[in-house]
Structures are given as C-alpha cells and as structure tokens.
Design a protein around this ligand. Structure first.
Ligand code: GLC
Length: 412
C-alpha cells in the first residue's frame, strides 16, 4: 500500500512540475507559490535532489532587489486565477505579487542538503540570497521587535481567525466589482467569504497605490499584525541558515544574531490572560484572543511552554483527525473553512518537526500517524476536516505529496 502511495506522491510532484517550478495544484493555484515551493523542494529531494535545488533556485531568481521573495511568481498568464498580475501590478518581469510568505526556505534547504550532501555548491550559492531575504523581513516587517504581516495572505494562513481583529479596521467597501475564481474550483463553503475578499483586495490596492514600497506598507498601511507563525518560522529559519552556511563553508553573515534578536522580542506575543501564544494587532495594540495554528509552531523555535502542551492535549481530545488549525472549542471554529479549523498535512509536518526537536517524540509520532491515515483514507488533498476526516480543498496537492514522501509515509 505504502509503496503505491509513494509512487502516487511522486507522480503528483512530477505532474505539477511546470519546468523548473511546481504549481501547488492544477487549476486552483496555477503559479509558483513561495512556501509551497520550499516544501516541493523537500519532496523532490527524496528522489531527485537536482530538481529540488532547481525549485529553490527558480523561486530565488525572482527575489526583488530589496531582498523580498514574493508570495507568488506568475510565470505565465492564467485566466483562471484572481487576483492575477494586473491586479497586483508590481512592475516585475515575470510578474509577481507584492507581499511575501512564511520564510521556510532556509529550513527546507537544510533538509534538501541533508538528503544529498553532494550539492554543496548550490546550497552555498543560495545562502546570500536567503540572508538578504531574512534581512528584508527584519527591515520591512519586524515592528515592535516581532515579525508582522501586512496582508493575511503574507501569513500563509489566509483566513485564520487571527486576522479578524486587524481586518475589522480595513475598509473594503470601495474596491469596485471583481470576479473571484477560487469559488469556481472548490466549494464556496470551504473558502473565505466575500466580505473578507473585499478587504483582501483593499490591501492589495493600497500596496499598489504606494508603488509597493515595502517599508511604507508596514509603517502606513491599513493592516499590520504580529504573527506568531511567521515569528517562529523566521527564528527557526535564521538558525537553520547559520547551520547551513557553516555546513557548506559560506559566510553566515548575521543569521545567528538575527535569530537571537527575534527571540528577545517574542514575549510580546504571549497572551498571559489566556495562556497561549497569540497574534497581535499593532494598529490597535489588541490580541486576537484565539488559540490558533500559529501558536502550534512554538516548538519549532524552541518556544514551547507547559501551557501550550496542555492546549495541544485539549485540542487533540476534541477532534479525531490530525491537528486542528483553530481551537475546536472556539465559537469561530469551522471544520471545513480553510484556516479556521481544518488539518493541513504540510502544516502538521512543520509542527511535528518542532515537537521532535523539543524531545516530544510521542506527540510528533502521533501527528505523523494521524496525517498518514488522513492521506491513506482520503488522498493527497489540500487539507482535511479534523472532525470527520473528510478530504477538502484542492486534490493532488504538491505539498501534501511532498510531506508524504519526506515524513508522513515514513514510519520510524
Ligand atoms: C492558499 C494557502 C497558502 C498557500 C496557497 C497555495 O492561499 O492559504 O498558504 O501558499 O494556497 O497552496
């Protein structure tokens, strides 16, 4: 059984390969997405390390001069996607979006190198680009000592409940008419609502209006929230980058210092009243007040706390399949709506990486076995209903196939 699932997973990666980059899934997501690509590279490393490095190299070939690595590279036109290049209007060739996505690439590059240490030179060539990107985060997104996002899409957890508090202050009433494409590919009940979408677009229009000046976007834009997910990922990425650089004899620059500085700023994300890591709206200095997926990444940055272990146990007690992306006891929990409840295999892989490094082997193994069962029973879908185990969202998904090959399908 496992063997044929391995074959299926490889076929998905190869089928989503558009020549040098991989689309997350055909139809719904027809371009190159930043963190999806990093996971794709990890997947490719299990059977074609050369192709794995190409994936990362293609992504970084579209890095902006200021160091930003965009969340989407629109390699070729596709009418089936909205908002496309003309809406973003960033002036890049090929077109890209104007925001970034969680910086997992350094962590994935380290894993790709571990799978086949012979590609030292390609890793070494990537190190300065990764450094530039991480420095961009510090310059353009770290405010109040902690990593922030200027658009919910920058978190990679698009419609998480976390962002509602900040989005409440974004005016979406004036965005004009538009035609969504996502709801033509998958069931609208699984996608963000129209009101959310209006505000997403208002933020894109603001960025366009200031010529995508990334510092102004953070300092003057209508939305700025500190994101525990990106905060933990960036700390981990800086640490992994320092190790990767040392392994290949490249200059690690200030990677270790960046990690240290970011760690010092983490305390402002601890919601003491509720006892968990939490997103914070910097415009109104208000916590999101929700136990959400970003918090599950604390172990990845060595920031686990006993309270978080207790929350993990409670969340696991409430659902039967995988890890929910939002507290199942919260009134906003929705088992099928994207980042407001569903379990995502690739995300589970990231959480499990942290749990394992924190010595929580039993929890990491539970998450792996749960994720493997979801995929075995439901297929390589984008995400799953954690209450019923139903496959949801897009099918034949790249990062689901990737984490099957690297993690979920590999019993220890
Ligand atoms: C959705 C997800 C985002 C992902 C993209 C492509 O927008 O929220 O994290 O990168 O799809 O899979």
């Amino acid at each position: 059984m496992s063997e044929s699932l391995d074959e299926r997973a490889r076929a998905i990666l190869l089928g989503n390969d558009r020549g040098g980059y991989t689309v997350p899934t055909a139809g719904l997501y027809p371009f190159q997405w930043n963190w999806d690509s990093a996971f794709a590279a990890w997947g490719f490393s299990t059977f074609d390390p050369d192709r794995a490095w190409t994936e990362l190299e293609t992504l970084f070939a579209h890095q902006w001069p200021d160091g930003m690595v965009p969340h989407i590279v629109f390699h070729r036109d596709d009418e089936g996607y909205f908002p496309g290049p003309t809406v973003w209007s960033t002036g890049r060739t090929p077109a890209t979006s104007g925001i970034s996505q969680p910086p997992v690439a350094a962590t994935m590059a380290r894993l790709v190198l571990a799978a086949d240490p012979s590609h030292r030179e390609r890793a070494a060539a990537l190190v300065p680009k990764l450094l530039d990107w991480h420095r961009w985060w510090i310059r353009a997104r770290v405010r109040d000592g902690v990593a922030c996002i200027v658009h919910p899409w920058e978190s990679g957890r698009d419609n998480a409940f976390d962002w509602d508090v900040g989005m409440a202050n974004v005016d979406g009433s004036d965005v004009g008419p538009y035609q969504r494409r996502d709801t033509g590919h998958v069931d609208p009940s699984m996608r963000p609502t129209k009101a959310e979408y209006d505000r997403y677009l208002a933020l894109v229009q603001f960025g366009r209006g200031i010529g995508w000046d990334q510092v102004r976007l953070a300092d003057e834009g209508p939305f700025l929230m500190a994101d525990p997910g990106v905060a933990f990922i960036l700390i981990r990425a800086c640490e992994d980058l320092a190790v990767l650089a040392a392994e290949v004899g490249a200059d690690p620059g200030d990677a270790a210092e960046m990690a240290e500085g970011l760690r010092a700023g983490l305390d402002t994300l601890w919601n003491d009243a509720r006892g968990h890591w939490d997103a914070r709206d910097l415009r109104t200095d208000t916590f999101a007040n929700v136990l959400s997926s970003g918090a599950w990444l604390c172990w990845l940055a060595g920031a686990g706390r006993p309270e978080m272990e207790a929350h993990l146990a409670t969340a696991w007690g409430a659902v039967r399949h995988g890890l929910p992306t939002m507290d199942p006891a919260h009134p906003g929990f929705d088992a099928r709506r994207y980042w407001r409840g569903p379990a995502w295999p690739f995300y589970n892989a990231l959480v499990a990486m942290g749990l394992r490094d924190a010595g929580k082997d039993a929890e990491a193994e539970r998450l792996r076995a749960d994720t493997a069962a979801l995929i075995r029973n439901g297929g390589f879908n984008e995400y799953f209903d954690p209450v019923e185990g139903t496959p949801c969202g897009g099918s034949d998904f790249t990062w689901t196939a990737a984490v099957w090959l690297t993690w979920a399908g590999r019993e220890r």
